[in-house]
Design a protein around this ligand. Structure first.
Ligand SMILES: [Zn+2]
Length: 293
């Protein structure tokens, strides 16, 4: 297979990789500029550098924080911030610049594509990937296809409400999974600036921080049981820094899954992602393969 370019656009960093046979050959990262012109200029420059190195790059795949249309490659306004790149027709701009086939998808969809190809969901036609990090994102593979919906934005499981009068979520509603189980939520509930500080406080015995972590763990576990009832998956793969730092939460979620309906609750492993923080970047390159067909 010819080499592909994978791009992972996060709120803080943009990473661009040359990928050959589903292995990252070279990776470049730069801070994500907050204005469209600077953002595109930086991205195009890195792509040109990589293509100077490998002139036979066949396609480009892009992972980007949602919401985004996988059909058109246009970014929608995100609910969590002002969204300086909102409205950008990223797919078209990349096609015009590179002359290559381009595919764009939400970061969690790309992560699930990677998990289904070479990770914890390999061999499964029904799987859920969820990331518990600064926020909570998720995607659903149903009967071998990503759950899309009309606009391609389906699967935002982190914004399903667990408590109507719960803490305020970044999306504007109250009591979402993200408002309990994200690093941001844990920090806010324990009165610390970030999740890492809250984790240190919890380890040192701070009761408020410990309560916030316990609530976050329960939120994740309860969400997994809901997802089993709603989507009947064969496996749930959990990624993100909050989950990676609390691997025992996965066992707790596994136990809660047994509260779901039979037979959906039977034989549904809840596992930690083993693809690390490259999962969406690798998934973007694998997504590029689909742009070739
Ligand atoms: Zn929300």
């Amino acid at each position: 297979m010819l080499p592909l370019i994978g791009i992972d656009i996060g709120g803080t960093w943009t990473r661009v990789a040359l990928v050959h046979d589903r292995t990252i050959v070279r990776e470049v990262r730069h801070p994500t500029p907050k204005h469209t012109d600077a953002f595109l200029a930086a991205l195009f420059a890195v792509i040109a550098d990589l293509r100077a190195e490998r002139t036979d790059v066949a396609a480009v795949g892009v992972s980007v924080t949602g919401p985004v249309s996988p059909f058109t490659g246009t970014l929608f306004a995100p609910p969590n911030n002002s969204g300086p790149l909102a409205g950008l027709d990223l797919g078209d701009r990349l096609r015009a610049e590179t002359g290559l086939p381009v595919a764009v998808d939400r970061d969690t969809n790309c992560a699930l594509i990677a998990e289904a190809a070479i990770g914890g969901a390999a061999g499964h036609a029904n799987a859920i990937f969820a990331t518990f990090s600064t926020g909570v994102g998720a995607s659903v593979l149903l009967n071998g296809a990503l759950l899309r919906g009309r606009d391609g934005t389906a699967g935002e499981l982190g914004h399903m409400v667990q408590s109507f009068d719960g803490p305020l979520c970044g999306c504007g509603r109250r009591g979402c999974v993200e408002a309990f189980a994200s690093g941001t939520a844990i920090a806010a509930a324990s009165g610390f600036p970030d999740g890492a500080a809250a984790a240190h406080a919890a380890e040192a015995g701070d009761p408020k921080a410990q309560a916030a972590f316990a609530l976050a763990r329960e939120s994740m576990a309860s969400a997994c049981a809901d997802w089993v009832n709603a989507f009947n998956p064969e496996v749930i793969v959990i990624g993100g820094s909050v989950a990676q730092h609390n691997p025992e939460w996965v066992e707790h979620a596994q136990a809660r899954v047994s509260d779901a309906f039979a037979p959906a609750r039977d034989n549904v492993p809840v596992v930690l992602s083993t693809l690390g923080d490259h999962v969406s970047l690798l998934g973007a390159a694998i997504l590029a393969e689909s742009a070739l067909s």
